[in-house]
Structure formats: C-alpha cells, structure tokens
Ligand binder design. Sequence first.
Ligand code: PMV
Length: 351
Amino acid sequence: MIQQALVSQWSAPANIALIKYWGKKGLQLPANPSLSMTLDKSRTYTRVSLDLGKEKGSWEYTYDHKPRPEFDPKISAFFHRIRPELPFLNEVFIRIDSTNNFPHSSGISSSASFYASLALCLCQLNEEYYNRDPRKIDLLKIASNIARLGSGSASRSILPGFSVWGQSFIPQSTDQHAVDINSNIHPVFRSYRDAILIISSDKKPLSSTAGHKLMNENPYAEIRYKEANNNMLRLYQALQDGNQGEMIVITEHEALSLHGLIMSSTGGTLLVKPETIACIEAIREYRKNSGSKSCFTLDAGPNIHLLYPDNEKEPIQRFIKEKLLAYCENDKWIDDSIGQGPQKASILSEG
Ligand code: PMV
C-alpha cells in the first residue's frame, strides 16, 4: 500500500454514435448494440488526486476548480456502482477536478468524455495504490467497463476511431465494454470529419437517463431493438466495404429513429427545433446537387453532427459558412474529426 498521495490525469474525447444506444437493461447494460466514432478535439480533462489524510471512502468534485453540486447525485451513484470493482476507493479520499474544452450544452455529450476520463484515472490509481503496474492490465478494457457504469456511451469514448458497445454478431462484442473495430474499417471512413452545428445550447428538456427509462414502456421498443441489430449488420458491412451510400442511408435513418422514439415515448418530447429540420433539408439538397458523401446525425438534442470525408473539407466548410451557419445559434459550430482516443496528461500543479 502506498504512503504518499497519488495523482492521475487523463483527457478523453466525446464520441458520436452512428447506431444509437437508446434503452437499457440491468445495471447500465444496453438494450441494443451501438457503434460510434470517437472525436479528436472535443475533450474533457480530468485530474484525480488521493488524500490519505481526509475521510476514507469519500470524494469531492469540482468543475474548473469550482463546486458544481448539481452533478453530485450522478457521481455519487457512479461511485456506489464502481466501489466493488475498485476497492482502493474505500481506503482514500478522492478529489476530482474536470474541465471541458468545448462549451457546455453545445450538443456534445460531455458525460461520455467525463466518465471516460474519470474511469481511466481511477483504474490507473487503483493499480498504483496497491503497488501494481497499470501497464500490466488491459487498462482500456477495464476502464471502458467502469466508464459504462457512469454513462453508457462513455464506454466507447475510451477507444480510438470506430468502436462497438453491446452484444452483437461482431466478434468479441459484449454488453460490458466497448471493442475496437478499426482494423475492419475501409480507408475511406478512417479520416471522416464531424462539423457540430450548434442550433441551440439551451438545457435539454429530457435527460438521457429519463429518456432511456421511457423506452421501458415505449410501444415500439421491441421492434426498435430488432431494427438496431439489423442496422448494425448493414452499417458494419458498409463500413468494411467502403460503401458510403449505404452508410449515409443507415446513419440518417438511425438519427431520425432516435427522435421518433423520443417523440413516441410518454410526454412526447420534441428535441428538434425548426432550424434542425431546415439544416437537414439543406444538407440533403446539397448532397443531391453535389454528389457529396456527407450525412447528418443527431444526439438526443437539436444540434446537427455533419459527417463528411476529409477530401470534401473545403467545399463542405464553404457550404457550412454560406448556408448552414444561418440556422446556428450565434453562428456557432465546432470543427472536429475522428480521433485517436484518450490521452494520459502529464501532471500539472493543483491550480
Ligand atoms: O450514455 P448516455 O446514457 O448519455 O446515452 C447516450 C444516448 C445517445 O447519445 C442518444 C446515443 C448514443 O449511443 O450515444
């Protein structure tokens, strides 16, 4: 057991799902498999330090060095779930500080990048606390499982490029953690970019926790779970074959289906705005006229993720500036791309 205080720092990127996870079972297990692309720039930076002199088994969270008590209940539930997996948590006081390099409520799910970075810090510290070398464990696999217990989609932010979370026909895929599928992805998809168009940064009227729960009584749930598996089969084939046309059809269908499920759940929540629809129509029109391989997807919110191959960067960014920014809140958009996954950060001062 260690005597001095330990510190760990990781950054983890956000990810965007092409096949959506919507609906859970058991303890944070997905009702259907999902497939996503991990981003590059949009990241959460998390620092975890251990204090051996304070109350054992307790923790404190700050965002950018300031208390944010509204996040405490979710973090508390997370700690309750992971204690059996990471026993060092019962022996120490944990101080967590995180910060995002993308704006709050910008349509990027910050819970995925936050729980991914936090899970990496905690899994590394658990090994070091017991004087074990973290390089000797499968850190990414273990951290993906831990991250899932905070936010399901966080399991995928642990891995670079394309990954799959949830039991499916894909070898090694499991409900417990995400798996790396990059070696099967055709080169045309390996340098895709994601322009995140901020339609609205207002707080969402439906949290993802509440949205997943509503699937338990959604009349279309069973059909959806079957269809998600079919879509996974088709998309995985398209990603292997380099079939961009098929990728576009399935990705857009998945985005619209997610919102169809949200609208058909109790409460009939509408997360899209008129500008979201206007953008979708403009993107489809642009694609028809130009032969572009771009497509849109949506998270559980109004903002658009415009996915496109790197070789279309110039015309697409011109199209964004000339046409799509008119629909964005204060002309806001984020220029991101597929990325290489989490990074271990060097230790900085307490700040
Ligand atoms: O990980 P959660 O519980 O925030 O749910 C994420 C759900 C979606 O972002 C809508 C889809 C997905 O697979 O990322």
